[in-house]
Ligand binder design. Structure first.
Ligand SMILES: Cc1cc2nc3c(=O)[nH]c(=O)nc-3n(C[C@H](O)[C@H](O)[C@H](O)COP(=O)(O)OP(=O)(O)OC[C@H]3O[C@@H](n4cnc5c(N)ncnc54)[C@H](O)[C@@H]3O)c2cc1C
Length: 455
């Protein structure tokens, strides 16, 4: 609603009560705040597990929960802002707490934020006034937003509040996460406070972006988990041609393949979350980029195959499958879509030389335990060599995919039952089939599918 009945601007989004219920759940269960409220060992992992379950219910409310969690480390760059906002952002109380959003993307480009044209002018009193627009601003009912704008010293990060000077132009008509309002907003002389240093906007907001990228992993893994559970449940109760679908070899191959992908996504997301607990910066930086690329890329194909397991019923809105299918893709598009993540891995290799060795060391922890993985690790050198050639960008997706598979296989070999790890390595590290349901012989599908239903 942009105006009230008297024609005054109100700029409000009126959500369904069930959406508030869901958002409240995320706030009260500390999914937006736990590691900042209780910064002890394992807090990010515990919070990651909660986020994983939460996104299995719905991705819509997960966005403001994720942005609120992710804004805290960026705001800490300016202690006065952190002192003012952190107590509210981390308070697990829906009424008296606060939510944070972000607005970087403009009409002329989102990946290349240097093209931002919004202008921040010093107000002569230590603050700034921003005038410009943002083409995407999710949950515009947040209390505080981190935004980028051009200040005299260059692109800078600012904290702004919803209020006078903050106008919602319209809401997006989106493919997925339709329960969440994503908007276009206009700023006119909007009061703003600097986050970090003037002219250093990208390093400031990237603190937030890296945490939301972690949540893209968790959101995809959570959505996959839900999709696989729905597919397995349906196949166990539906009969065709005289037998339960789940007992028929071809369907077992599909279900087991989906379950492997889901487990690989989950173990990867949780391992990356652990690196946020350990403040293991080289691994965290590199692994977030690699895993954001690959895990999120696998979300939509998995969701569509799981949908198909329900036949026509999966295509109908009375089942949760269409929503899961539509929602899961946001994780790949938002906060660095595929190419941008692949380019980010290249950038990390060149600019932060400790990242790749830390990542490879983690992959090699499982060396010697699985012949397929050993062979894959051996081939990685060829993929990585392509990234140092003049054609690095051309080869980037291929190499990032190989790196991601090495990490997933290494994690499964070390942490999953042998039936899971062996099947994953045999299927994903060789010239396997391209669709799901193409697992090779010798895979213990019964065990894998049974395990996918463990709650
Ligand atoms: C539902 C939804 C909610 C969103 N919410 C927010 C929000 O709250 N705040 C916010 O700031 N943004 C938000 N976004 C914006 C989102 O982050 C951007 O859409 C995204 O960053 C991509 O930017 P773009 O749309 O301008 O695409 P572009 O930057 O134009 O990119 C288009 C395509 O080109 C690729 N590409 C870009 N550069 C290169 C290159 N050098 N080489 C090869 N390929 C390249 C990209 O990977 C992409 O596939 C949201 C988007 C969606 C869909």
């Amino acid at each position: 609603m942009t105006h009230d009945r008297y024609g005054e601007r109100v700029d409000l989004v009126d959500y369904d009560p069930s959406w508030h219920w869901l958002l409240r759940l995320g706030v009260e269960r500390e999914i937006a705040s736990l590691p900042w409220r209780e910064p002890r060992a394992g807090a990010h992992v515990v919070r990651a597990a909660l986020m994983h379950m939460y996104t299995g219910i719905s991705s819509g409310a997960a966005c403001p929960i994720s942005m609120t969690y992710s804004a805290v480390p960026a705001l800490r760059r300016t202690p006065e802002l952190a002192a003012e906002w952190e107590p509210r952002l981390t308070r697990p109380d829906y009424e008296s707490g606060a939510l944070a959003g972000m607005a970087m993307t403009e009409r002329q480009g989102g990946s290349d934020v240097r093209a931002n044209t919004s202008v921040a002018e010093p107000d002569g009193d230590g603050g700034y006034r921003i005038t410009g627009h943002k083409w995407f601003c999710s949950h515009p009912m947040c209390d505080v937003f981190l935004v980028l704008a051009q200040a005299p010293a260059g692109l800078s990060c600012f904290a702004v509040e919803r209020g006078p000077g903050f106008r919602i132009d319209r809401l997006k008509d989106k493919l997925g996460t339709r329960s969440l309002a994503s908007s276009e907003v206009e700023f006119t002389d909007l009061p703003a406070r600097l986050v970090g240093e003037e002219g250093r906007g990208v390093p400031a907001i990237i603190e937030m972006v890296n945490h939301t990228r972690l949540d893209c992993l968790l959101g995809t893994a959570g959505g996959m988990r839900r999709a696989v559970a729905e597919a397995v449940h349906h196949a166990r109760h539906r009969s065709a041609f005289g037998a339960r679908l789940a007992d028929q070899p071809l369907m077992r191959n599909v279900l087991a393949d989906l379950a492997l992908e889901s487990e690989a996504a989950t173990v990867t997301a949780m391992r990356v979350a652990r690196s946020y607990d350990e403040n293991d910066v080289p691994f965290r930086r590199f692994a977030t980029a690699v895993a954001k690329y690959w895990v999120c890329k696998r979300g939509a194909p998995l969701a569509v195959e799981a949908l198909e397991c329900l036949g026509g019923n999966g295509y109908v809105e009375e089942s949760p499958m269409p929503r899961i299918y539509r929602d899961i893709q946001i994780n790949s598009t938002w906060e660095g879509s595929g190419n941008v993540m692949a380019l980010d891995v290249l950038r990390a290799m060149w600019k932060e030389p400790d990242g790749l060795p830390a990542f490879l060391a983690e992959c090699h922890l499982a060396a010697g335990a699985n012949a397929h993985l050993d062979a894959h690790l051996g081939r990685l050198d060829t993929d990585l060599a392509a990234l140092t050639s003049d054609d690095a960008q051309w080869h980037a997706r291929r190499a990032v995919e190989s790196l991601a598979l090495a990490l997933q296989a290494s994690l499964l070999v070390r942490n999953a039952p042998p039936a899971i790890a062996d099947a994953f390595c045999a299927a994903r590290l060789n010239d396997g089939g391209r669709a799901f349901g193409t697992l090779p012989s010798g895979v213990d599908a019964g065990y894998i599918v049974e395990r996918a239903l463990v709650v």
